[in-house]
Design a protein around this ligand. Structure first.
Ligand code: HEC
Length: 148
């Protein structure tokens, strides 16, 4: 019984201590937003902003649980990794590089890998309907094609 009491007393202390390990949440300046070079239709921009920008841009809306360890480690880690792979705030100015990104977007949307389920569980506004998936697929299919 005594051991249990000690553990219960220590838990809040550990929790407070963990808060010193919160990783930094950054939102660096936007370098070159997708809309500056490859402006998609307004509807597509809105879908990307609702479903992708939290992890693939410098305009992350950090939720409360991203400020509290241990969930902060997971959220900040996902955003940093997401930005490394695809960053709508640092969109390639080179047409070939941009086309490659669009290909990858098309691929993950085709498999419905993105937005990740762990994210849409907590962000219902980021859930995409079949029709919205289709719109994003059509856009990413044609936006990267060379202009005729
Ligand atoms: C919860 C954060 C999160 C959200 C929201 C999110 N992604 Fe991702 N995305 C990641 C992470 C992390 C990776 C890298 C690891 C992986 O591939 O799973 C990634 C990888 C990718 C890649 C692969 C890039 C490459 O070529 O390596 C693409 C493309 C992508 N995401 C597109 C999207 C699109 C489009 C949306 C919105 C419909 C979206 N993501 C929403 C976190 C996210």
């Amino acid at each position: 019984m005594k051991k249990l009491k000690i553990i219960l007393l220590l838990l809040p202390v550990i929790f407070v201590g963990l808060q010193f390990t919160n990783p930094p949440r950054t939102n660096p300046p936007v370098v070159n937003d997708l809309a500056a070079t490859n402006p998609p239709p307004a509807e597509i921009t809105a879908l990307l902003r609702a479903a992708c920008y939290d992890c693939h841009s410098h305009e992350t809306k950090w939720p409360l649980y991203s400020r509290i360890a241990p969930s902060s480690w997971l959220v900040v880690g996902d955003v940093n990794e997401g930005r490394e792979h695809l960053n709508f705030s640092d969109w390639p100015t080179d047409a070939d590089a941009a086309a490659k990104k669009l290909d990858r977007i098309n691929e993950v949307l085709g498999y419905k890998e993105m937005p990740p389920t762990k994210y849409t569980l907590l962000h219902p506004e980021a859930r995409l309907t079949e029709a919205q998936f289709k719109k994003l697929l059509d856009w990413s299919d044609t936006a990267g094609a060379p202009k005729k």
